[in-house]
Design a protein around this ligand. Structure first.
Ligand code: BGP
Length: 478
């Protein structure tokens, strides 16, 4: 039995993708509340003002805010050991820089965690999942102003204290390495330059972006240290979007190109958060790109003191990297695409499916960090058909089964893996395209991409399959 007895099986969501109730009980607007719905061929847009003519999927989402009891009961029925969710920062501090927290927001999560406890489910809470309060963007340009670091630490300390005895597992910033790309300006750092017209191609000041990312590292490390003081039992992790990369060919040019991109995108942020200092290769990147970070001695110490307890990551797909991209067939992907891998098939949204890549990644990461790992997102976005109250989603079972089998092999080989929270146990809004048509769940929600629907919940075939997987601690996968 390779999976440890206390293995944390469960699912993961983010507040802005499932809660809805965007204005209820004193919540302020977050950046996600300004992003319109899109699709595979229609990019989402950011509007600085909320327009009545637009549809913003986060405003209602799947209304977890009012259905949390029913939804958590269903997670309990599947036997979840852990439920990963994010706290919407703007429910707790509606403007981000308020001096006092919003009690109604705090109460909501009290109720959610109490509901989890009824079913023996441990919450795993992400503090920031692409949902910084919009006021912090408008007023300070997000983390480019170190004052926002103070706001984040105040928020983290507030929820650490409040949920001290209810939550043990925490993540600071979701997919923090998104900030290595221009589009991470808004989602991770809260930067929306006045010159930005198109949210998908933001105006990018690289110097400012990396300085803001430094402020985020400091915010994260300070949160880790504060959390440990508040409750030494807390386990606080980082969260990296791991896009597993292979060289397209065995040409040394492709191999080096791949190594460089892997370091830059996949390894850099995790290295800072696990090892507590900037790695050598990023110093080289900064030099070559004339980026000079302002880092104080005190901040260096903060990074050293605030190392994470475990490393968590999302894994959906892999792609290939080539030195020369002319004539190379391309593929889409989570946050970034790449060169197409001729050995792999892809989902309907063009993400290449690579279960063995998960084993490869787990082994790579454990070798690199030697600390416990956790897969906190993995899943298949697909179109589902509700027929007589049923969804026969054998394709989803197939995807998850293959990934869990590879995970099992990695554990068997000695990787210290704490748990697995697949993405989207209940259908929710897609972060990339803003649709609900791209479904991940074991639980179907009757809601359409235009916002209509009864919001009724239905169990899919995968619901029963995952229940048996958990009951057998991963030994019954077929
Ligand atoms: C990750 C995000 C999630 C989630 C997932 C799936 O990058 O952390 O929020 O949405 O990707 O992506 P999508 O929703 O675009 O299918």
């Amino acid at each position: 039995m390779p999976f440890p007895e206390k293995f944390l099986w469960g699912g993961a969501v983010a507040a802005n993708q499932c809660e809805g109730a965007w204005k209820e009980d004193g919540k302020g607007d977050s950046i996600q509340d300004h992003i319109t719905a899109g699709s595979l061929d229609k990019p989402r847009r950011f509007t600085r003002e909320i327009s009545e003519k637009e549809y913003y999927p986060s405003h209602t989402a799947v209304d977890f805010y009012h259905h949390y009891k029913e939804d958590i009961r269903l997670f309990g029925e599947m036997g979840f050991k852990v439920f990963r969710l994010s706290i919407a920062w703007s429910r707790i501090f509606p403007n981000g820089d308020d001096s006092e927290p919003n009690e109604a927001g705090l109460k909501f999560y009290d109720k959610v965690f109490e509901e989890c406890a009824k079913y023996g489910i441990e919450p795993l809470v992400t503090l920031s999942h692409f949902e910084i309060p919009y006021n912090l963007v408008k007023k300070y340009q997000g983390f480019s102003d170190p004052y926002v670091t103070e706001c984040f630490v105040r928020y983290a300390v507030t929820v650490f204290r409040r949920y001290r005895s209810k939550v043990r597992y925490w993540l600071t910033f979701n997919e923090i390495n998104f900030a290595t790309m221009p589009k991470g300006n808004l989602n991770i750092l809260g930067i929306l330059d006045e010159k930005t017209q198109d949210y998908n191609h933001p105006f990018d000041d690289r110097q400012r972006r990396f300085q803001a990312l430094h402020n985020v590292f400091v915010a994260s490390a300070r949160a880790v240290s504060e959390g440990h003081k508040i409750n030494p039992d807390f386990r606080i992790g980082c969260m990296i979007c791991h896009i597993t990369m292979y060289p397209l060919t065995c040409s040394p040019d492709d191999i080096l190109e791949c190594q460089n991109l892997d370091n830059f995108f996949n390894n850099f942020c995790g290295d800072v958060q696990v090892k507590g200092e900037y790695p050598y290769y990023i110093q080289d990147y900064f030099r070559k790109n004339e980026i000079t970070l302002h880092i104080t001695e005190e901040e260096k110490e903060i990074l050293k003191q605030g190392k994470v307890d475990f490393y968590s990551f999302s894994y959906y797909m892999s792609n290939c990297v080539a030195k020369r991209m002319e004539g190379v067939e391309l593929t889409m992907g989570n946050l970034m695409g790449g060169a197409k891998n001729p050995y792999l098939e892809a989902s309907d949204w063009g993400w290449q499916i690579d279960p063995q890549g998960l084993r490869y990644t787990l082994q790579k990461l454990y070798d690199r960090y030697h600390i416990p790992l956790m897969v906190v997102e993995n899943g298949l976005g697909a179109v589902d058909k509700l027929e007589d109250g049923n969804v026969h989603d054998g394709y989803r079972i197939e995807y998850l089964r293959k990934h869990i089998k590879e995970m099992e092999k990695a554990v068997d080989a000695g990787v210290d893996l704490m748990g697995y929270t697949m993405w989207g146990p209940i259908d929710l809004i897609s972060a990339g395209t803003g649709e609900i048509k791209k479904r991940y769940g074991f639980i179907y929600v009757d809601k359409n991409s235009d916002g209509t629907g009864s919001l009724r919940r239905f169990k899919k075939d995968s619901f029963y399959w995952y229940r048996d997987v958990i009951a057998s601690n991963g030994s019954e996968l077929d």
